[in-house]
Design a protein around this ligand. Structure first.
Ligand SMILES: N[C@@H](CCC(=O)N[C@@H](CS)C(=O)NCC(=O)O)C(=O)O
Length: 207
């Protein structure tokens, strides 16, 4: 029996989408975030890292979204991505390069409201400085790179693959930055969101 341990507003939506693409039977266990937005301790009982997603299959726990997608593809999908090199690249790039910048940005945003009122202006100056000098220039390079790639490719690995599921998550985060001019990324997301399996996954109220 496949169980996806789904934390609200999290990367585990990727796995539900993949399970729908594969047409597998599965059960969802829902977990709520704490008021500070972290995962509840119960997730650590399923896998010591306690991060979402976690998938269990016949009692064995699998963590890390890219690795879970690969587990599902190899165990149940039996498909070879059309362009395996691009597939590998984007599968790793999503969590290895793109997501850390968003997480860094998120964490910096939490600093100022948490420090004593009197030193907030100082904290704000420091965090904004890091954001502008370190995060934003790197993010810009990444956005331009992905936007350019999607101007020339319909999917990450020549045809739809789990690399698209992996990449859709950070690109969705990016798309909420409304001031950005990223038509290729937005069209790509729209294409993915029209997939029947994506829509079936959304029916589970996973956000
Ligand atoms: N690289 C990991 C990231 C796992 C991760 O950080 N998941 C987040 C949810 S999107 C989480 O569990 N956050 C709660 C916490 O850190 O307490 C993956 O792709 O699975």
């Amino acid at each position: 029996m496949i169980v996806i341990h789904h934390l609200e507003k999290s990367r585990s939506s990727r796995i539900i989408w993949a399970l729908e693409e594969l047409g597998l039977d599965y059960k969802i266990e829902f977990y709520k975030r704490s008021p500070t937005f972290v995962a509840p301790p119960e997730l650590k009982k399923i896998h010591p890292l306690g991060k979402a997603p976690i998938l269990t299959d016949d009692g064995v726990a699998y963590a890390e979204s890219g690795a879970i997608l690969e587990y599902l593809r190899l165990q149940y999908g039996h498909t070879q991505p059309k362009n395996i090199h691009q597939y590998n690249f984007w599968l790793h790039y999503a969590e290895g390069s793109l997501m850390p910048l968003f997480v860094f940005k998120l964490v910096l945003g939490l600093v100022t409201p948490k420090v004593p009122f009197l030193i907030r202006p100082v904290a704000q100056k420091i965090t904004q400085g890091i954001e502008q000098s370190f995060i934003e220039p790197r993010l810009k390079d990444h956005i331009e790179y992905v936007e350019h790639f999607l101007g020339e490719h319909e999917y990450m690995a020549d045809e739809f693959s789990f690399a698209d599921i992996q990449m859709a998550f950070p690109l969705k985060v990016l798309s909420t930055r409304t001031q950005l001019d990223i038509p290729n990324i937005l069209n790509y997301l729209k294409r993915l969101e029209e997939r029947p399996a994506y829509r079936r996954a959304q029916r589970h109220d996973i956000d």
